[in-house]
Design a protein around this ligand. Structure first.
Ligand code: HEM
Length: 49
C-alpha cells in the first residue's frame, strides 16, 4: 500500500475512533477495523474522486 494512502486511512481511523467536534466516535462494535478500512479505500479510490 502506498505511503500517502496508508496515512489517509490512519487519519480517517483516528477521526472515526476518537470523534471530532459534534461527530461522535464509533467503536469497533459499530464499525469494524475491516469495514473502516474498506470504507477508507472506497473513499480514496480514483473512481469516487
Ligand atoms: C477524516 C475523516 C473525517 C473527519 C475529519 C470528520 C469530521 C467531522 C465533523 C467536523 C463533523 C461535524 C460536522 C458539523 O459540525 O455539522 C462530523 C460529523 C459526522 N461524521 Fe465525520 N468526519 C470524518 C469521517 C467520518 C466517517 C468515515 C464517518 C462514518 C463512519 C463519519 C460520520 C459522521 C457522522 C455520523 C456525523 C454527524 C454527527 C451528527 O450530526 O450527529 N465521519 N464529522
Amino acid at each position: 500500500m502506498k505511503t500517502m494512502l496508508r496515512l489517509r486511512l490512519l487519519v480517517l481511523a483516528t477521526f472515526v475512533r476518537t470523534g471530532v467536534s459534534i461527530m461522535p466516535f464509533f467503536r469497533k462494535t459499530e464499525i469494524s477495523d475491516k469495514d473502516l478500512g474498506d470504507l477508507g479505500n472506497y473513499l480514496s479510490s480514483p473512481e469516487t474522486r
